[in-house]
Design a protein around this ligand. Sequence first.
Ligand code: PEP
Ligand code: MG
Length: 904
Amino acid sequence: MAEKHVYYYGPEGTDGDAGMKNLLGGKGANLAEMARLGLPVPAGFTITTEVCTHFMKAGGKYPKGIREQVADALKKTEQAMGMKYGDPDNPLLVSARSGARQSMPGMMETVLNVGLCSTTIPGLVKKTKNERFVYDAYRRLITMYSDVVMEKSEGIEPEEGKGIRQQLEKLMDKMKKAKGCKADTDLTADDLKTLCEQYKAKVKEVLGREFPDDPEEQLWGGIGAVFKSWNGKRAVSYRRIEGIPDEWGTAVNVQSMVFGNMGENSATGVAFTRNPATGENKFYGEWLVDAQGEDVVAGIRTPNPLNDDTKSQQNKHLPSLQETRPKLYAELDGIRTKLETHYRDMQDIEFTIQEGKLWMLQCRSGKRTGTAALNMAMDMLAEGLIDEPTAVTRVAPAQLDELLHPIVDPKAEKKVKPFVSGLPAGPGGAQGKIVFTSDDAVARAKKGEKVILVREETNPEDVEGMRAACGILTARGGMTSHAALVARGWGKCCIVGAGAIKIDLAARTMSVDGKTFAEGDVITLNGTKGVAYEGSLAMMDATENPRFQTFMKLVDKQRTLGVRTNADTPEDAKLAREFGAEGIGLFRTEHMFYGAGSEQALFVLRKMIHAGSDEERNAAIDELAPFVKRDIKATLEAMDGLPVTVRLLDPPLHEFVPQAEAARAELAKALGITIEEVKDRGADLHEVNPMMGHRGVRLGITYPYLTEMQIRAIFEAAAELKKEGRAPHPEIMVPVTCSVAELDFVKPIFDRVKEEVEKQSGVTVECLYGTMIEIPRACLTADKMAKTAQFFSFGTNDLTQMGFGFSRDDIGGFLQDYVDKDILEADPFQTIDQEGIGQLVEMAVQKGRATRPELKIGICGEQGGDPASVEFCFKAGLNYVSCSPYRVPIARLAAAQAAIAAKK
Ligand code: PEP
Ligand code: MG
């Protein structure tokens, strides 16, 4: 039997189901599932994602047998709907829509009303007795088809504003002006008829081809264009951002058209089974009378509220479906319940009412804010809809980030009036400089500027700029417009539908009630309320949702991997403890020489660096000891009862050489030498390749007394704390090692100092002796390293640097090229390269534990807070990950989700 490429769905004989997302895409799989549930789904069929992959590889050719399969499925569709495609008397019209495995809202193409042509128009007019409707549908088809099939899918890239769609829209505006009409709906059937002729002439003029008048040609043109849109610019950008593989491909859904634009008794809408912004268990949606679905998502008209719960400042004057069509509302509400109990998750649905009959066009798991994800997970758990592990998987680790994100300080807000208000589409606060185009947003963000992207309407073409901006503000659009969906998915602050804004794109200005703002002016957005302020307002941390703590308890119940923090100050240590850190995985001692309050310690360190003899150096080291002890003690105290891995001094000494003349003079005076000599001694420390130079353990090999002082400071600090009744748990870690011989060199110092301090203080101090693993040779010889080391901590910043040979300080110059050209999937300094560096990690774990089965192993490179890397660390058998304080909850959640996934 030929391979199956086409899956039918309808009232009877549906082929697919919700479990077939990879093959049918999310939309196709869920249409099939809804049909199986007996919901009113217009019949149709799905052409698989495999066909897309084939189509791309074979340069636009379809696999064998597909035409017959499409013809069969179309026949079944015709039977189910009681109409016939291309029939002059009773014509069926269809749509061709994309649908990938993972939803990519608005990133690919759709063609509606396919099948309308000179032979079918009269039949449809006769049948519907609505000439105006038919010509309105026809002009929409011409617009979409010429834009999607004849222009975009042919790779034509017109200048900004010169696309066929815009040119046709201009004709429409001209006609409206000539007829004195305000809205599209004011145009008569005759007007639209004339307009369609003008449209077709324009298409011929601009694109050099006739608009096709054959239903078969239209159908295959639509299907091919949707497949091609998988490789369209914005789909590719979106995939890069979301990490969706290129080879997935999209399915094409061909579905019988139902019409929300057949007059007052017809409508279309989008809804969420719960509020996607807050998570509240309330039916939430928007709808428009006498409109097609694209009108709601494109944000051209301000949609009506679905019900009382959806009323806002912007739409409360518009009638709701609940008020005006209570029966249909009740039916829809029943479907809402059915879908939620079936899917056990919040669904995002699209519906159409055609002359009083309700049709379901789509359902999918709805995108939601972090707050909503948390609230829904906890509510559904309480409702018995889901169990604890499922609740834990319902919040994405990155969404927690959003929960901990800053908001506009309400006190600051009280003092000023917003200059504009709109719909609260994406929560939190944001402030930055105004930009008016996606390109400008990207360019400024590259320079490190914070920008707010201000646009007329919500356009998915802006996806790169939306990503680069810290906030988005648009003049038009509703809560379910594409930009709102995308922003919400990213947890980005976003306000849409701020109608008072008038944008002059050419002048790069916007005006609101007579006040003009220029590009670069700073504004502040409150995306939770949907208001914007002039200038920059004070921001603060979001007050913690009380449910956050409960949720994190559930998380910890599932988690087996430990989570520590990288912290160098007592403040950071305390913050991390509040976020649930179970210790410090990396205390970088050298940080005590940076920042506020470090002047004195830094001065002594400089004396040490510039010493002219061992004597002078050792004297400076002794002088440094109290500072080191003080800082370590403070952090050990803040982490009382929990382990603190203190790393011996790591960075190259030349980083601390004074550059300012005054500092040099002061140092010269203290050392009794000339400023010139200070300069010379500093210059002697210069290295061509400092990252691979005199750093880490190498300093301790050259200057063992420096190591001894640090180890003594750690033991003394711990002994003092113990005497004060505290429970310090220091661990001493040697950095940048490549040979066990280095560890063996330092170990006797560790043992001797431990004994001396214990003797002096009269208290025993338990302390592990371990090493960082950050040089490939250390991984290769990990069995030997583990003979002396009691623990390993992967320094994946350096391990990535030395494994790839990419300088961690210079990769910024070419990383983007590597990602754009598909050489790297992601920045390996942010997310661990599992294929290469991951192997080094796995090898070191296996070799290390072969020598010392109880070897404690963690990671303290930046990747320790990245969810994918956390999952990798879990699988590799690490005991803990360590990351910056704000990422601790994210790492906890990622670790719990890894454990849950492993059980499945
Ligand atoms: C590392 O190399 O991963 C590490 C944590 O050390 P540092 O970043 O201080 O070199
Ligand atoms: Mg390092």
